[in-house]
Ligand binder design. Structure first.
Ligand code: PLP
Length: 405
């Protein structure tokens, strides 16, 4: 084994935020301003984010989970209603249905992409009377966009709404049947789309989230739900105002607002979003090349156009072995995800091991390795060298059991 020419000076997690001096200055300026929350920076962030994504409207909220909850509320999810999502996602994609008393159902993944398999969604829909399911929550897993044109066709045939969970994919796109790029969250096919600004995601605001849509009605409803169900808009009032202070709480909403402070950081981050995305794609292409001829390691969905690369996922036979080995090298990889239906809470609702075997098989072998804009070429080279070292040491053991796609 050749000596490594480079050792990193910092731990290497699977993802991390990139805070520039301009970001710091933007937050400081916000602190000196008149509004810590409910000021004009919120609307400015919404406007610029909507433009970036290519949607007509955006509503900033306190985190991605709140975004999902508000979407489920705005679409009227009721106790007993059934909604389909992917088992391979963060629990919040499913939990939002539970917040409203709805039932979560799953369709298994396509193991070549990690995305919900729309053929399996169709089979599930066809196995029940029309109206049995009310909604679909596809997830642009790892940054690869779901084909929402296809999803929309299904949704229209079966009377479903769509919430696109785009947390992994700001700047990602799929190519539609006319050969056109369709950006994640642009609202052309989904009723609503959501994003998160958690530090591991593309754009960081500490905590934060956004809903995008092309529906003016849903937009206005989301604005009201975000702030207690209260409106001051004269056009929406049901009674005559008795003074300048007048407002109405018209339905049960929440305080899911995003402060101006966070929006100031978001605006500054958004200005660098394309740069960060380009670096993610460059790093992913370099990983693809480095791993192309490594026996015993499979890359998830390499070289797909439009991939936004929130995660770079490899699959190996001895996943725990690789995870533990990398940890000794200061490389903190992560597993995305333990399938949602295998969580004790969802098993308590009746789901069992074996229900979605492809997601379970995927989970058994997947590992997200460091991918973030400030990862240097040297650091990436070190990650590659460590992974190759592990694979070479375990060559014999790995051969038998690696999934082949
Ligand atoms: C991060 C994430 C969320 C939740 O976002 P928070 O801002 O952490 O609440 C939801 N869905 C997916 C797929 C995510 O990755």
């Amino acid at each position: 084994m050749p000596e490594l020419a480079f050792t990193p000076t910092r731990p290497l997690p699977y993802g991390r935020q990139f805070i520039s001096e301009a970001d710091v200055a933007a937050v400081v300026a916000s602190l000196h301003g008149d509004y810590l929350t409910q000021g004009p920076t919120v609307g400015e962030f919404e406007k610029q984010f909507a433009a970036y994504i290519g949607a007509q409207y955006a509503v900033a909220v306190s985190n991605g989970t709140a975004a999902l909850h508000l979407c489920a509320l705005a679409l009227g999810v009721q106790p007993g209603q059934r909604v389909i999502t992917s088992p391979l996602t963060f629990a919040a994609s499913a939990n939002c249905v539970r917040y409203c008393g709805g039932e979560v159902h799953f369709a298994d993944i396509d193991p070549a992409t990690g995305l919900i398999d729309l053929a399996k969604v169709r089979a599930l829909l066809e196995a029940h009377p029309k109206g049995y399911f009310t909604g679909l929550i596809p997830v642009d897993f790892a940054g690869l966009a779901v084909n929402l044109e296809e999803a929309r066709r299904l949704a229209d045939a079966f009377g479903l709404w769509i919430i696109e969970d785009s947390c992994h994919s700001p700047g990602g796109f799929f190519i539609d049947s006319a050969g056109k790029e369709q950006q994640c969250g642009n609202g052309n096919f989904a009723d609503l789309a959501i994003f998160s600004f958690h530090p591991v995601k593309h754009i960081a605001t500490g905590e934060g989230g956004m809903v995008t849509t092309n529906s003016e009605a849903l937009y206005h409803h989301l604005l009201r739900l975000r702030t207690h169900g209260i409106t001051r808009d004269p056009a929406d009032l049901v009674r005559e105002p008795d003074g300048g202070w007048y407002m109405e709480m018209q339905e049960l909403g929440y305080n899911y607002r995003l402060p101006d402070l966070n929006c100031a950081l978001g605006l500054s981050q958004l200005a660098r979003a394309d740069e960060g995305l380009a670096r993610r794609r460059q790093l992913a292409a370099q990983y693809d090349a480095a791993f192309a001829h490594v026996d015993g390691l499979t890359v998830l969905a390499p070289g797909r156009p439009g991939h936004a690369y929130h995660l770079y996922v490899v699959q190996v036979a001895d996943r725990k072995g690789l995870y533990d080995f990398l940890k000794t090298k200061q490389i903190y990889s992560q597993v995305h995800y333990i399938p949602v239906h295998r969580m004790p809470y969802y098993e308590g609702l009746g789901w069992r091991e074996g229900d979605f075997p492809l997601a379970e098989e995927y989970y058994a072998h997947c590992l997200s390795i460091p991918l973030f804009p400030t990862l240097t070429d040297e650091e990436q080279g070190y990650v590659v060298a460590c992974i190759k070292e592990f694979i070479e040491r375990h060559a014999e053991r790995s051969e038998a059991s690696l999934p082949q796609h």
